[in-house]
Write a protein that binds this ligand. Structure first.
Ligand code: MEV
Length: 292
């Protein structure tokens, strides 16, 4: 018999990278998901979107880390993903949580604490030092304020918000981006700490704008967060081009989301013209409705 699980992708509205160092982040689950289906087998195999993976794929290591917690032997795992992967939209965490849920069903051990540990063991294969923000968003959905090592606090929105999302250029590995930020911190600890404090302040100010639906202020805070992230060399020409297009189409603000170095860009503002402009420029894009 097959056991199944699913989990959501996410967008980080503000606070990525700083969250690794204990600053709060605001994150939202999006209605695009990962699905996993697992059954016992004589040898382990993984299908991603119907394609068998090579034995040296990191997903095998991730599966072994997660399934060890349940004491399961060889498995046949099938994965489906509605999200672009490696783009800062939480694909690896969503796959990890979906798989952990499927494993939990197979082992008949449904407690959330073990699912979390299994999904984090999976995530560490890709991210080395994950803050847990992606895994938390994948498990919980909704809009959350997340501090590393703490239970997340739900943020209630007065009305749902449309966030425009596009994928601006090829992704960069999260682990490498997190390490490059760590090197900047080692080189200039004081400047780094100042940046962290500034991001913490932006997150603090953003929470009421989400509650009241003040998109203009949220957009300004996103622009400022983006500037601080780009001072850590996380932006790219493609990301700046996508932001410029969004601005031209009436966005109130925009930023990279996730680990940067490529991948996704968020914009707040009138989503129809923003999406049209991105699509005309050839970007894959969609609207994420948050707080519904
Ligand atoms: C990646 O989606 C978010 C980062 O802050 C890394 C992490 O929190 O583990 C860049």
């Amino acid at each position: 018999v097959k056991s199944t699980g699913s989990a959501r992708g996410k967008i980080i509205l503000l606070g990525e990278h700083a969250v690794v160092y204990g600053v709060p982040a605001l994150v939202a689950g999006i209605d695009r998901e990962a699905r996993a289906s697992v059954q016992r087998a004589s040898s382990t195999s993984i299908l991603l979107a119907g394609q068998p993976l090579e034995a040296n794929d990191a997903l095998f290591e991730a599966l072994s880390q997660a399934s060890d917690l349940y004491g399961l032997g060889p498995l046949e795992l099938e994965l489906e993903l509605d999200l672009p992967s490696g783009s800062g939209l939480g694909a690896s965490a969503a796959l990890g949580v979906a798989t952990a849920r499927a494993l939990a069903h197979l082992a008949d051990r449904l407690d959330e604490a073990t699912i979390w540990r299994a999904a984090m063991a999976w995530e560490r294969v890709f991210h080395k030092n994950p803050s847990g923000v992606d895994t938390t968003a994948a498990m919980r959905g909704g809009v959350l304020r997340y501090v590393r090592g703490e239970d997340p606090t739900p943020v209630r929105l007065g009305q749902s918000l449309e966030i425009s999302v596009c994928v601006a250029g090829p992704p960069a590995p999260t682990a490498a981006m997190v390490e490059s930020v760590a090197r900047l911190r080692d080189r200039r600890p004081e400047a780094f700490t100042k940046n962290l404090a500034a991001i913490a302040q932006l997150v603090e100010n953003a929470e009421p704008t989400l509650r009241s639906g003040d998109e203009r202020s949220l957009g300004r805070l996103m622009d400022l967060n983006h500037m601080l992230l780009s001072s850590w060399m996380l932006s790219t020409e493609e990301i700046e081009a996508a932001r410029e297009i969004a601005r031209g189409a009436g966005a109130f603000g925009s930023k990279l989301t996730g680990s940067g170095g490529g991948g996704a860009v968020l914009a707040v503002g009138p989503s129809a013209p923003i999406l049209d402009a991105w699509r005309a420029a050839g970007y894959v894009s969609f609207v994420a409705k948050i707080g519904t």
